[in-house]
Design a binder for this molecule. Structure first.
Ligand SMILES: C[S@@+](CC[C@H](N)C(=O)[O-])C[C@H]1O[C@@H](n2cnc3c(N)ncnc32)[C@H](O)[C@@H]1O
Length: 497
């Protein structure tokens, strides 16, 4: 995802078997029962329908943070349920290979259950694990990684390191991207409820930096006071679409971007003056124009309304100047752990050629460049490459080269010319590496391959391909970049056999 708030992954929806081919009866799990008044006898899993109520014992936490139990032998996914709980749930979807159900009540609750501190936790959908004690969240994320690797690689002795969690798993997010709406005379800012265009108003998000919350709250008041017209998605009318706020944890600098549907923004001057009066940490205020019918937040054009174009953040001793649209990891404290793990995995001595694929703004490349002979970063987005080059200059790093391109096209063409990096780092989007890229990595025969991923399933799948083609898995390091959500970041080191 970008590595944003949690959204549920789609499961495969297979066609229903015709009724005549369904088994007449299958034995029931002792803890799985249907209790629906209109039924004269309990339903077997194959006959369950939307609306049926079932009792399920929850066995584990699934990839989206939901409870997973079994009705007879069929998996039942119940958001909000925890392992060890016996729950009554209502069937929302009964499909041939799984059941999706809604938690109705508990017959037994888990000791790992806690009260979510966020008042709109259930409606918002940004987090999916606030009801779970943090230690249990970490255990569940380790298990998700373990399950994915045992499914795809069949490795029996997985070299899984303990997950790196946070001491304080709140207020870690350095960026908020809020939808703006208007409801019953009030300006709202928040996120859409999962799978809908229903805006959930957030008056303070506990995983965001508190200064971000404070700024958004006041801006909301000024939007109303200055009568800024709010964009209405359905009618495609109105001006203000989103507020994007970023904070640098090390310098405290803040940056605010108004995303508008058109350039004309008559209240911009008054808003800038009000923000500057009350929020001296804001160093730059920008307007981004996005006239398109799209769920992508930023449009192509950004203009500075006041202040600096970038804010400065530091990771270790590296400095980064970040423009409003530049990608930067959302949890800087955990990013340090991730990049240190990448450095350990790369085992650089100063003589290596390193290739960093999907390099974004070059953060990993610059981190590794200090102990490598040369680093080449490849990234699809041209602006990110410009930021990477600027950050290399800012940090006086002259052995890093950044190139705009598609990883799956660039590497095969270079390998065909004899290019042989010593270490390859990849950090692809959730979909994982393209087949053509994996093939080129296998042909390039790097000594070490460092794979960073936010999706354990695609990571394990790609790892399985590399295992069959001359690599072995040395270790896996999960890092909890997104506490309170089901997301888990994982880094693996593979070496040539
Ligand atoms: C998960 S981010 C990694 C960013 C970076 N490694 C970091 O830690 O900040 C994935 C990056 O891959 C880029 N990307 C997506 N598809 C790509 C492709 N086919 N080739 C190269 N880069 C791609 C995205 O623009 C994004 O910057």
């Amino acid at each position: 995802m970008n590595k944003q708030h949690n959204r549920f992954e789609k499961r495969k929806n297979h066609k229903q078997r015709p009724a005549s081919k369904r088994p007449a009866f299958a034995p029931r799990d002792s803890n799985s029962q249907v209790s629906q008044s209109k039924l004269s006898s309990p339903r077997i899993a194959e006959q369950l329908q939307t609306g049926d109520r079932i009792t399920v014992e929850v066995k584990k936490i699934g990839i989206n943070g939901e409870g997973v139990g079994y009705y007879e032998r069929k998996a039942v996914f119940i958001p909000g349920a925890l392992p060890g709980e016996l729950v009554q749930a209502q069937v929302e979807k009964a499909l041939p290979n799984y059941i999706q159900a809604k938690l109705l009540s508990h017959k037994r609750t888990s000791a790992e259950r806690v009260t979510p501190p966020c008042p709109v936790y259930e409606a918002c959908g940004g987090c999916s694990m606030q009801h779970t004690r943090y230690e249990e969240q970490l255990r569940a994320k380790e298990n998700v990684v373990r399950d994915a690797f045992s499914r795809y690689t069949k490795l029996t002795d997985l070299p899984l390191r303990p997950i790196i969690g946070m001491n304080d798993p709140w207020a870690y997010r350095n960026k908020a991207q809020m939808q703006v709406g208007f409801h019953q005379g009030a300006v709202q800012t928040g996120l859409y409820a999962p799978g809908s265009h229903q805006l959930v108003d957030l008056s303070g998000c506990p995983v965001q930096h508190p200064d971000i919350n404070a700024l958004i709250q006041r801006v909301k008041e000024w939007l109303k006071a200055y009568q800024v017209s709010i964009y209405q998605e359905r009618k495609r009318k109105g001006l203000l679409r989103n507020l994007v706020v970023r904070i640098a944890y090390t310098t405290g600098e803040m940056q605010l971007t108004f995303v508008t549907s058109e350039a004309h923004f008559p209240q911009a001057k008054s808003l800038v003056a009000a923000i500057r009066r009350e929020f001296p940490k804001v160093v730059g205020i920008a307007q981004n124009i996005n006239p398109k019918k799209t769920s992508i937040i930023f449009g192509d054009q950004t203009t500075l309304l006041w202040g600096k174009e970038t804010l400065q953040e530091k990771l270790g001793d590296l400095k980064y100047e970040l423009s409003p649209r530049a990608f930067f990891q959302l949890n800087p404290a955990q990013t340090l752990h991730l990049y240190r793990a990448a450095e350990e995995a790369a085992q650089l001595t100063g003589t290596e050629e390193v290739l960093d694929l999907y390099c974004g703004t070059g953060t990993i490349s610059l981190w590794l460049a200090r102990s490598a002979k040369k680093v080449t970063g490849i990234e699809l987005v041209k602006e990110a490459i410009e930021d990477a080059k600027a950050n290399a200059r800012l940090n006086h790093i002259d052995n890093a080269v950044f190139i705009t391109g598609k990883a799956e096209e660039w590497l095969p063409s270079q390998v065909a010319k004899g290019y042989k990096p010593d270490v390859i780092v990849v950090d692809p989007p959730r979909t994982g590496c393209d087949d053509a890229l994996l093939k080129a990595i296998i042909q390039a025969k790097p000594k070490r391959m460092v794979y960073v991923s936010c999706n354990p399933s695609t990571l394990a799948k790609d790892c399985a391909v590399l295992l069959k083609n001359g690599f072995q898995l040395e270790w896996l390091q999960p890092v909890d970049m997104f506490p309170q959500t089901a997301h888990v970041e994982c880094l693996i080191l593979m070496v040539r056999k």
